[in-house]
Design a protein around this ligand. Structure first.
Ligand code: WTA
Length: 657
């Protein structure tokens, strides 16, 4: 174990002498790294099941599995017969190893003058156990679904841990989602209990979360609501249904025996956007999920016990599940949770937090980096960032400019950038460069993680030539954390992921290319899913929301590149007869989107139009609208029923191509 104090300011990377913009780990990093020999790839490829079993051996199982991997069409299973608990592996086992006094969670509130809250592993275990007892007293049992609608406060992690400790299933819903989005998810999974908060801080303002939750609850199966007091705002409490978190845990025992879970038991459902208007409930298991999240956290970020890991995602997204909560905690490191936004009280907030807590690993999204680029390098320059060792990115392809800015102004040209490709469905990272192995190349994610078999194929499922573009797919043995299904819809599960290429090839819906070394460059989604400021969103969801406005007859939404957010939705709206377009109506439409989804889904532009291009069978040709807003060649119009409308649309959007 290298002492943390000796690590500050170390040169972790060196430039490639021959290839511009390529970097490799320095000797210092190779010595410090868990994996520093590229042979790990060949070894794991020779026997992926053995590789994953070795990773699984590093966790604590109450019963050893009898078969590491089993694969039938659409039904792949890992660590069959094995038993374990995610919360035990996150907390108890470190306490049992004598590390109960180590910092587990550091919470940084948004108001700068409010003190941080820090939990040791022993303290976090005690609090999780108390809350597990409270939830049990409220009737939560193994297999029950529990909704979590919380801001970025320690109780978000505590709640998730308590739920899986009982063997119940959590469904975390992003706190900026609208009541309607929350209701859809609670209804779909049949949640019995909801955990929420009175409110939280957003740029100094108190957001009334409980009132939003109340609106969502009518008509759902939720029987009890637990409310964390955070903002201290006045809220209504419904007698018999609502209880305060602090009252529910008062007097509860700090001991709660973790439920013994089967490796294939469901651990959580997380809703994500597909190509339709209705989000899908991605199902994750216990064993395979734990193993891949544990192993990737350790190897991607080269986690050692004294690391302070700061992932800026929200717990409402898969990144927050895996790399704020389970991954860092299973590795016994300190995880940092920040409540607020990066511009509160000023543009230097993230860098101030890194300096204050001596953060060693910083994991964020390219969209956030582009925002910092805009704000300027004078902000990070004010803070001591020499504690940083590894930088990570996730969520979308990172452009060259953002990569170099991150590398220079945050990493001080000392730290590797680990560009991690993965999805809600994969549960954990799948493609990346490993810190001790490299290379680190701007815009290139890296190689498939050891034990993962990914390739690039054409539309017929045939591998393309090295360097050619194609579709990114994965082959069996499928990654241990890969989703096992979509809640309540096995048909959709098969059709969505195995519809194109059959049960032996999982289709990621991403385009990519691969070089001779196996480095993968992701080119983006090939379906109608957008990445808006790191948030996954289907164009159909925005269409559905807008179509619910009483004055709208038809609507088409496409994505358009944006300098900061990566992509933004643009809407073409057809109004009812006699309705006149106006700025007020635009505002009203934006409000509709806020109501049905949340502010993340707001269109960047709304065009009122008489018509949208359609095929003879009446299908909207979004391809043409996309070309129009991107100033790209429009292509063939002969298959259209109404080619004449394209000219009007060109004028409306200011088309120049
Ligand atoms: C995209 C987020 C390029 C990709 C963890 C994927 C990326 C979708 C990267 C999943 C990356 C994620 N480079 N693209 N490093 N990481 N993506 O489910 O299109 O919110 O299919 O999961 O984000 O988004 P999701």
């Amino acid at each position: 174990m290298v002492k943390e104090a000796t690590l500050n300011g170390v040169q972790w990377v060196v430039p490639d002498p021959k290839r511009e913009n390529w970097y490799w780990p320095s000797e210092a990093l190779k010595v410090h790294a868990w994996a520093s020999d590229a042979k790990i790839y060949a070894q794991a490829a020779a026997d992926p099941i053995a590789f994953w079993s070795q990773q699984a051996d590093q966790l604590t199982w109450s019963k050893q599995w009898t078969k590491a991997y089993e694969d039938e069409p659409f039904a792949y299973r890992w660590f069959v017969g094995g038993k374990l608990n995610l919360s035990y592996n996150s907390l108890d086992r470190h306490v049992a190893a004598g590390k109960g006094g180590k910092t587990a969670l550091i919470w940084e509130p948004e108001p700068v003058d409010e003190p941080s809250r820090i939990f040791t592993y022993q303290e976090l275990l005690a609090e999780v156990s108390r809350f597990a007892n409270a939830l049990k007293a409220l009737g939560v049992r193994k297999g029950d679904r529990v909704g979590i609608y919380l801001p970025m406060i320690p109780e978000a992690v505590i709640a998730m841990q308590a739920v899986v400790r009982i063997g119940a299933v959590h469904t975390v819903v992003f706190s900026a989602f609208s009541p309607e989005s929350l209701r859809d998810r609670l209804l779909d999974c049949g949640a019995k209990v909801l955990i929420t908060a009175d409110g939280y801080y957003r740029r100094g303002k108190k957001i009334p979360l409980k009132q939003q939750a109340d609106q969502a609850l009518t008509g759902t199966s939720v029987e009890k609501v637990v409310v964390v007091r955070r903002a201290g705002n006045e809220i209504p409490m419904q007698k018999g249904r609502d209880v305060w978190y602090h009252e529910s845990v008062a007097g509860q025992s700090t001991h709660f025996p973790p439920e013994e879970m089967d490796a294939e038991d469901l651990s959580f459902i997380l809703y994500t956007s597909g190509t339709t208007g209705k989000p899908k409930g991605v199902m994750h298991t216990t064993g395979g999920y734990a193993v891949q999240v544990y192993a990737t956290s350790k190897l991607d970020f080269n986690l050692h016990e004294d690391d302070i890991h700061f992932c800026t995602a929200d717990v409402g997204w898969i990144t927050g599940h895996s790399y704020i909560n389970y991954g860092p905690l299973m590795n016994g490191v300190a995880t940092l949770v920040y409540e607020g936004t990066p511009d509160a009280p000023d543009f230097g907030r993230m860098w101030q937090i890194i300096a204050k807590h001596k953060v060693t690993v910083y994991y964020t999204a390219p969209t956030a980096i582009r925002m910092h680029v805009k704000w300027g390098e004078e902000w990070p320059a004010k803070h001591d960032l020499s504690s940083l060792r590894v930088l990570g990115t996730v969520g979308e392809p990172i452009n060259e400019e953002a990569w170099h800015w991150y590398f220079e102004h945050i990493g001080g040209k000392r730290c590797p950038i680990i560009d991690t490709w993965w999805q809600t469905e994969t549960g954990a990272t799948c493609v990346q460069a490993l810190p001790g192995i490299g290379p680190f190349i701007p815009t290139v994610a890296g190689r498939p993680f050891p034990g993962i078999r990914a390739k690039i194929v054409d539309a017929g499922g045939v591998p393309v030539k090295t360097g050619d573009g194609g579709y990114l797919v994965m082959e069996p043995p499928f990654p241990p954390a890969l989703l096992r299904g979509l809640y309540g819809d096995s048909e959709k599960f098969r059709a969505t992921y195995f519809g194109e290429f059959g049960p032996r090839l999982y289709f990621t819906k991403d385009g990519a290319r691969m070089d001779e070394m196996g480095n993968i460059r992701i080119t983006g989604r090939v379906d109608d899913v957008m990445n808006v400021a790191g948030h996954r969103l289907a164009t159909a969801e925005v269409e559905d929301a807008l179509a619910q406005h009483p004055l709208v007859t038809e609507v088409a939404v496409v994505s358009k590149p944006d300098e900061v957010k990566g992509e933004v939705p643009v809407a073409f709206v057809l109004l009812k007869k006699g309705v006149h377009p106006s700025e007020d109506l635009k505002k009203d439409l934006i409000k509709t989107v806020d109501q049905h989804i949340g502010p993340t889904a707001r269109p960047a532009a709304i065009y009122f139009t008489e018509d949208v291009p359609k095929t003879r069978s009446g299908k909207i040709m979004r391809r043409i609208l996309k070309a129009l807003v991107r100033n790209e060649p429009i292509g063939d119009l002969t298959t259209l029923r109404n080619p004449e409308c394209v000219e009007d649309l060109q004028k409306a959007v200011g088309y120049k191509a």
